[in-house]
Every structure is written in structure tokens, then in C-alpha cells.
Design a binder for this molecule. Structure first.
Ligand SMILES: [Zn+2]
Length: 293
């Protein structure tokens, strides 16, 4: 039996899991380190805990950033600057003594959704991962569309008409106002402390300021998704990442603005769904990617 390891490196945490063809067998996580050398050390440690007495058959590593064309290093990662230009694939392949494959984190999450999540009921959808940043994956008829050069799906850097600067250096990106981090920042300005899950609970208990944090982010999500809907006629927006479980709070505003952008369609034509895999999608997809490459 193959021992497949999936790893998802995000701005806040590193998640790792052991996969079988039926899904995730075991998972672990650790806080994101602040240097590439520490990252390699943490990935080795998590892998050894998942597979104490064996070498993995292969390992897929999802990273929040743009990969080099040979997929051996990360060229640009606004939320993980310390990883840029580091020979990540070679360092991990050496350390783990198995084939290692790097993949964009949103691409990985979309692969996970296709195989084990929303893709089992919906053939076409846009996955938006709302974490430290906002990633995206376009799935058409059961297949991930990665574009002419592998860069498709950068949903987080679509412009939605505001003045805030994004980590990519431009102004007006969706990510700057609708990532999990952006929602938390907004809540803090409104004197609502706590984690995003706590802020969501405050909103569900009826706090109008907390509700408006999600309504505003949902409205921006709909603004961007409406543009996608115009171009692609996609009708299902799946929310994953840390803010995926807040889909109930983001949904109404997102649906209203989506329908306003996309003429010929109404709110009833669209769905905004929470990812059934949640934060496991990236780990699952990274493992699938490695085992099928
Ligand atoms: Zn941006």
C-alpha cells in the first residue's frame, strides 16, 4: 500500500496528513515557521509522527504562492516571503528521501474538493479559500482549469473597487477585504476581539456590528464572483479555508451582489456553499497531486 503524505503550508499553520484512496487517515498541524530551514525541519517532524517507521511513497506540498515553471521553488508568496527563491522541492526531497511535488495551495484544495468534497455533487464550481489570503480554483466539468501557464484562479487579486492596498502591491484586491485575516482586522476596528470563529459566534447571536463584518466581506465576494459568473456562467461558489465555516454569514450578501453583477440571472441561480472538507482540502489535494504526478 502506498504511504502518501500531503502537506499544506499556509500563513498561519502547516498541516500534514497521511492519505489512502478513501481520504485522510491521520492529520497533524504546527504553527507556520518564519524561515525556510525551520519549515523543512517541521515538515520532517510531522511526517515522522504520521509515519513513524516508514519512508513515505511520495509527498505533495501545497504552498500559498506562485511556483516556478519547473515547480521546484516558490517565486512569489505575499504571505510567506521567507520561502521565496528557496530550493524547497529539493530540500524536502532530500530530507524525506521520497519524491516531493510542490503545488499551489488553492489548486491543491480544488483537487481535494473534486475528489472528496463538493465535486462529488457539483461538476463545475469556483473554490475560494479564505485564509491569510484568498486563493481560488476554477473547476469545470470535474476538471481543474489551471490556465495557459498554470496561473488561473487568482480570485483573491480580482479588483473589487476599494482603496485598501493588497499584499501583492496593488490596490483594490478582494483579498484585502475578504480574507479571514481581513475580516478579523475589520472586527478589531469595531472593537470585536477574538478568533474568526468567535467573531462568527458573536454575529450568529445577533450582534449587528459583527454581522456587518461578514456582510461587507460577503458583498465583496459577490462582486468578484459576479464577474466570474458573467464570463464563465459558473453558479456555485464554494468557500474554504479558515473562513469556510462562516459561509452562512457571508452567503446572503454574496448572493445579492453576485446576481446584481450577472445580468440574466437571479439570486436563485447561484449557490454559496461551505466546503465540506474545510481545512483538510489542501492536504488531501496535495497528496492526490503527488500520487498522480
Ligand atoms: Zn492583490
Amino acid at each position: 500500500m502506498k504511504s502518501i503524505i500531503g502537506v499544506d503550508i499556509g500563513g498561519t499553520a502547516i498541516k500534514a496528513g497521511l492519505l489512502s484512496e478513501h481520504g485522510l487517515q491521520k492529520k497533524l498541524s504546527a504553527p507556520s515557521p518564519k524561515s525556510a530551514e525551520d519549515l523543512v525541519r517541521v515538515v520532517i517532524q510531522l511526517t515522522q509522527e504520521l509515519l513513524p517507521d516508514r519512508t513515505p511513497s511520495c509527498c505533495g506540498v501545497a504552498v500559498a504562492g506562485l511556483l516556478s515553471p519547473d515547480e521546484k521553488e516558490v517565486l512569489n508568496s505575499p504571505n510567506l516571503r521567507w520561502i521565496e527563491k528557496f530550493p524547497l522541492q529539493a530540500a524536502l526531497a532530500d530530507a524525506l528521501a521520497c519524491p516531493v511535488f510542490l503545488v499551489n495551495d488553492a489548486t491543491a484544495a480544488a483537487q481535494g474538493e473534486i475528489r472528496f468534497g463538493i465535486g462529488t455533487t457539483h461538476p463545475s464550481f469556483l473554490l475560494a479559500t479564505l485564509g491569510t489570503g484568498v486563493g481560488g480554483g476554477v473547476v469545470l466539468d470535474g476538471k481543474l482549469w489551471t490556465g495557459s501557464g498554470g496561473l488561473a484562479g487568482e480570485f483573491g487579486h480580482m479588483k473589487v473597487g476599494h482603496e485598501a492596498r493588497c499584499t501583492c502591491g496593488t490596490i483594490g484586491c478582494l483579498e484585502a477585504v475578504a480574507s479571514a485575516s481581513a475580516m478579523q482586522r475589520h472586527a478589531k476596528q469595531e472593537n470585536i476581539p477574538g478568533s474568526l470563529a468567535e467573531i462568527a459566534d458573536t454575529a450568529r447571536h445577533g450582534d449587528s456590528k459583527a454581522k456587518s463584518v461578514f456582510e461587507q466581506a460577503g458583498s465583496y465576494l459577490g462582486q468578484a464572483f459576479g464577474q466570474v459568473a458573467l464570463l464563465m456562467d459558473l453558479r456555485v461558489l464554494v468557500l474554504g479555508g479558515g473562513a469556510g465555516p462562516c459561509a452562512d454569514l457571508l452567503r446572503d450578501a454574496a448572493l445579492t451582489t453576485t446576481a446584481k453583477q450577472a445580468f440574466g440571472r437571479t439570486v436563485e441561480d447561484f449557490s454559496v456553499l461551505a466546503s465540506p472538507l474545510g481545512n483538510d482540502a489542501g492536504v488531501l489535494g496535495a497528496g492526490i497531486f503527488a500520487s498522480e504526478t
